[in-house]
Design a binder for this molecule. Structure first.
Ligand code: GLA
Length: 710
């Protein structure tokens, strides 16, 4: 049969291969057996258009009549071969994987499309272009696109800034192009982890939705394009600086992966496909995610061995498992004005090196982690005093400073080797289990030897991560970039978690984490209990609200906990214990989010894969419209099983508790999954910035016959 037909998780991608070019017939719900699929059915030819049927090409090209954004943009150095005509050369499919090879014989170009569909329905597509000519080929862009179904009428994506990443924005899907261009040299604070289009009003649990993510950490564009002649297309491609990429004869260029998911069950269905695929990766962390203590908001640059030892002991008493020494430990790093690039321990502040602290941390039964920012330099550093030409830039001047720092030109092999050797020595000479790898500025005007290098710089950074991982496979790496400016599946091929945001305000975090976790499972998303008064917003939050928010992720603490009073210590200890008790559920289960009519309330949960238990958080994020939250559904449970409900946090009294006497009867209610998921339970009246955690477990005599833990 002349088709490529990838199926998985109730989804399908059907490509008609019976014509001269691959035509995408369908990406959406599974279509069943291939025998029922007619191929070669052509579109009518509209008035005042090319005299050929319109084809929704997998690789759109002007030479077949596509008037939207072409997949490939490029030319020979003199401008020739600007519009190639690709036709299918051959293709093959093996289960969920397929390859299609296209040739533009007249232009001497070859394009290989690689695709796969996971058993959970996650689709991956990438292109590889090879220059088969004897002349160079200037590549200006290569987009990977997928058409969505006709029912999509709305676009939802995310945007942000420092300390406010991944906030949703929604608008109608009209004709035209919704184009997001990220020119940060890094992924970017405004980067949307998903671009979603769907049926009118699609929500957490309802509607047909299509979504893509581009797995790349540098300049790129993502777009939704609707032309009059074709379905809407979702696409992405790298953005190159002028003249940045010229393919020599015989050379190839491969795009990053475009990841794509389709769901009939709203956004939760998309996340399920992404989370399942991400968890199946061989590199996915499989050990319990340790409770972290990060020193940044506790001491900032004020490194003092006695203070940090005391902090380590306080952390040990609370049950912390990983102690991360943040910025400020290396040579001359007394502020953010100096030191980046000299990755040796500051002898003034640390006369006996880092070992006394490391030993204290290990004695407390914790792992030791360290902050680094390897791609950056301060001009006030030994390395730049010695090698001023190692600053990446246009060559004749240095780029604008940002946080008093510049980018080290990792495309320069000597600079790359210098950074690698310093980090390698650091890891070889200390018992370091974890690196918080930061990147605190946009990389604009990236250049090497006077030529643009933004793409090569990202590749060189990736090589640095990869080389260090190879040399120190036991070391976990966190991707931090002034908070969440490098959150993507490209960096996550070589790192083990992301720092979600520099904002530890639990209220802001409710939104930032919810949307970061639309793509990433909670175990990859760093979530810390910050100080009582948030350092980035000035808001004050109860410890319970901060802890409830941090438990739905890779939990940690970023707060000077040396001075906690007894009540605070007890509550934080309870939160740590609760996280440890439930982390295997939180880090393996299915993420769910209820659709509630009053947006003052948020209900999220994680349901175990066997649906025998679940943990939900119910929080209030602003003053409520209604007098009561009403009945709140607990989605995702087995409709046929019966469950017992327990409020497990906070353990102490809440303000205004007297008004909540009756609603607390949700505690120990037994109900079926159908009842809890559809009718729901009357939840307590919460004040803004309060929350509760609800644990639900299948009862022993449940119709499904479970006996777990009742
Ligand atoms: C960035 C990070 C913070 C902290 C500081 C240190 O802003 O996002 O978490 O590590 O750098 O300078």
């Amino acid at each position: 049969m002349s088709s490529v037909y990838l199926r998985g998780g109730g989804c399908a991608l059907l490509i008609d291969m019976s014509g001269t070019v691959p035509a995408v017939i369908h990406w959406g719900r599974d279509l069943g057996d291939v025998a029922g699929i007619p191929l070669g059915v052509v579109n009518p030819v509209p008035h005042s258009l090319y005299d050929a049927p319109v084809v929704t090409e997998l690789v759109p090209q002007a030479s077949t009549g596509w008037r939207g954004r072409p997949a490939l943009i490029g030319h020979r150095p003199g401008g020739t071969d600007f519009s190639p005509r690709f036709v299918t050369a051959d293709y093959s499919q093996d289960g969920g994987e397929a390859t299609i090879r296209l040739l533009a014989a007249d232009e001497g170009l070859e394009l290989r499309v690689t695709m796969s569909m996971s058993s959970g329905g996650l689709l991956r597509v990438r292109h590889e272009l090879t220059n088969n000519s004897r002349d160079g080929y200037v590549l200006d862009g290569l987009n990977v696109v997928l058409p969505v179904g006709p029912a999509a009428t709305e676009v939802l994506d995310l945007t942000g800034r420092w300390s406010r990443e991944q906030h949703p924005q929604r608008h109608p899907l009209n004709q035209g192009t919704w184009l997001r261009e990220y020119r940060h040299g890094r992924t970017g604070h405004d980067s949307s982890v998903l671009t979603m289009v769907g049926t009118s009003g699609f929500s957490n649990r309802r509607g047909e939705v299509w979504a893509t993510h581009f797995g790349y950490s540098g300049n790129r564009s993502t777009f939704v394009e609707k032309t009059p002649a074709a379905p809407a297309m979702l696409g992405s491609g790298q953005l190159f600086s002028p003249g940045e990429l010229e393919l020599a004869p015989g050379a190839s260029y491969r795009t990053p992966w475009l990841y794509a998911a389709y769901s009939t069950d709203g956004i939760d269905g998309l996340s399920a496909a992404f989370h399942e695929w991400i968890r199946e990766r061989p590199t996915h962390p499989r050990t319990p995610r340790p409770v972290v203590l990060n020193t940044w908001e506790a001491v900032y640059f004020n490194h003092d061995l006695d203070v940090l030892r005391e902090l380590a002991r306080a952390a040990g008493r609370l049950g912390v498992e990983r102690f991360v020494l943040d910025d400020g430990w290396f040579k001359n790093r007394r502020s953010d004005h100096a030191g980046l690039g000299d990755w040796t321990v500051d002898a003034d502040v640390w006369p006996a090196g880092l070992d006394p602290l490391i030993h204290e941390v290990l004695d407390q039964g914790m792992e030791f982690g360290l902050w680094v920012e390897p791609e950056m330099i301060n001009e006030d550093s030994d390395v730049i005093r010695e090698h001023p030409d190692w600053i990446s830039g246009p060559g004749h001047r240095t780029p604008v400073e940002w946080r008093h720092q510049q980018v080290i030109d990792l495309v320069n092999p000597d600079a790359w080797q210098h950074v690698f050797s310093q980090l390698d020595a650091l890891l070889s000479n200390h018992r370091i289990s974890y690196l918080k790898w930061d990147q605190n500025r946009d990389l604009v005007e990236e250049g090497h030897d006077g030529t643009p290098s933004s793409h090569r710089q990202v590749e060189a950074s990736y090589r640095l991560f990869d080389a260090l991982k190879r040399a120190h496979p036991q070391v976990e790496i966190e991707s931090c970039s002034s908070g969440g400016a490098r959150v993507d599946l490209g960096i996550l091929e070589r790192t083990d978690r992301v720092w979600t945001s520099d904002c530890n305000d639990a209220l802001e975090r409710q939104t930032i984490q919810r949307w970061t976790q639309a793509l990433l499972p909670p175990e990859l998303v760093g979530t810390h209990v910050g100080p009582t008064q948030s350092h980035t917003t000035g808001r004050t939050h109860s410890l319970s609200f901060r802890a409830i928010t941090a438990i739905f992720g890779h939990f940690g603490i970023e707060w000077d906990i040396r001075g906690l009073d007894d009540a605070q210590s007890a509550e934080l200890q309870a939160a740590v214990a609760l996280y440890k008790q439930h982390r295997s559920l939180l880090h393996s289960g299915v993420a769910v989010h209820a659709d509630l009519s009053d947006d003052a309330y948020l209900l999220q949960g994680v349901v175990s894969r066997d649906r025998r238990e679940a943990l939900y958080s119910f929080v209030c994020v602003r003053s409520a419209r209604d007098e009561l939250p009403g009945r709140v559904p607990l989605p995702g449970l087995d409709p046929h099983s019966r469950y017992r409900v327990a409020v497990v946090f906070p353990t102490g009294a809440m303000p205004y508790e007297q008004r909540n006497i009756i609603p607390w009867t949700v505690d120990s209610v037994v109900g079926s999954g159908a009842f809890l998921g559809e009718a729901g339970l009357p939840m307590p009246i919460l004040l803004p910035e309060q929350g509760i955690l609800v644990h639900v477990i299948e009862v022993a005599d449940s119709p499904r016959g479970a006996v777990d833990g009742d």
